[in-house]
Design a binder for this molecule. Structure first.
Ligand SMILES: [Zn+2]
Length: 385
């Protein structure tokens, strides 16, 4: 019986990655490609015992005496007495089924971390190498996230051993590898442009808005409000995701009095905080709304519909803050003029906000932190997918 062995040393993770790039994703049992990794510790040999190829051959003979025909795939030694013996060592080729963890052998590579991790955790030099090797193999296995399904300690494969060591918390390992492979990318920040292609999808925005109980039904969000933002986003160039983030912030997820029918004000447009006990003159009445609860008139704009008036007014306003008139296309200029007619944008703020940060102290006053709040909403919308 031949033993599946090919002892190779890679001194660096970069060299190991080069090797991984040359192999195809194997299947150790029919029709089931390898999906992940089992992590072990050698317990013995310890790092102090490690002599590189000599130790590898010693272990190979040990496995042969056990009657095995394969071994774990990799041994990672970092911090041994001679740095020339450090690195990532292969015993059984990654393309061949190894023996290391019972049923887990069928679908997973086996990685032995050299040392006894019942008594100490991985060192700061060792840990990143283990993580990088695991992450590289996870990439090869086309992992889309890291979970118990694809990354296990030996003790999580039905073994009664403490392997890969009492000091190794596999939940932390999974979490760390997850963040290496799938870092939470901040897509929108205070320095992001307001003028941009949509950074989220309509369904993400609907899902995020539907999380809260606002004045509007899921169908109204899905069929009227969100599609209108995207439609006018295409016309104005304003990222509808940013506008919806602002809608959410300004209206408390469409729960504010101003956002309810019949006002439909998406972003405090014309809302100054002024109130009046007496009815304003007819010439100014369109700039006020009566509140049954406060029994007062409140200054601010109301809109007949979301699709044809409110949302265009919101998008036109954002556009006018983002780009000065002289830099707009004719189509943009026309859109802004038409939809800000009832409340023209003051010249001092025209073009003040190429990025979200520019809305601070202008759209929002004093507005400190306003751009960050919009960014958080935008990113949370994006992560609804
Ligand atoms: Zn083990």
């Amino acid at each position: 019986m031949t033993f599946a062995v090919d002892i190779v040393q890679w001194r660096t993770v970069a060299d190991f990655k080069k090797h991984v790039s040359t192999i195809a994703l194997p299947s150790f049992i029919p029709n089931t490609p390898v999906d992940g990794v089992v992590v072990h510790h050698t317990w013995k040999p310890t790092l102090a015992d490690w002599r590189g190829e000599t130790t590898m051959n010693g272990m190979l003979n040990y496995y042969k005496r056990l009657g095995w025909n394969a071994a774990p795939h990799l041994f990672i030694a970092i911090g041994s007495p001679n740095i020339a013996n450090d690195g990532i060592w292969q015993m059984t080729p990654l393309t061949t089924k190894g023996i290391h963890a019972g049923d887990c052998n069928n679908t997973k590579w086996g990685i032995e971390v050299v040392g006894n991790y019942d008594i100490a955790p991985w060192s700061d030099a060792l840990r990143p190498v283990v993580y990088d090797v695991v992450a590289e193999l996870m990439k090869k296995a086309n992992a889309r996230s890291i979970s118990l399904r694809n990354l296990r300690g030996h003790r999580e494969c039905g073994s009664t051993k403490t392997c890969p060591g009492k000091m190794i918390d596999m939940d932390v390992v999974r979490n760390d590898v997850q963040s290496i492979l799938f870092p939470t990318v901040e897509i929108v920040s205070r320095n992001s442009s307001i003028i941009a292609p949509a950074r989220c999808t309509q369904s993400e925005a609907v899902a995020y808005l539907s999380n809260r109980n606002g004045w509007y039904t899921h169908d109204e969000l899905k069929n009227i409000i969100v599609p209108a933002y995207f439609e006018y986003g295409a016309i104005t160039g304003v990222d509808p995701c940013v506008a919806i983030a602002q809608l959410i912030h300004e209206t408390g997820y469409l729960t504010s009095w101003w956002s309810n029918r019949p006002r439909r004000n998406p972003a405090g447009i014309g809302v100054t905080g002024q109130t009046s006990a007496t009815k304003p003159p007819a010439s100014d009445l369109q700039n006020w709304a009566y509140n049954e609860q406060t029994k007062r008139w409140h200054k601010g704009l109301s809109f007949q519909t979301w699709k044809d008036v409110a949302i265009p007014a919101h998008m036109a306003r954002l556009l006018g803050y983002a780009i000065p008139p002289q830099k707009m296309t004719a189509q943009q200029q026309e859109f802004v003029q038409k939809h800000t007619a009832s409340r023209p944008i003051p010249s001092r703020v025209q073009g003040c906000a190429p990025t979200l940060a520019g809305l601070e102290g202008t759209w929002a006053f004093p507005g400190k932190g306003y751009a960050d709040k919009l960014s958080i909403h935008a990113n949370n919308i994006i992560r609804m997918s």
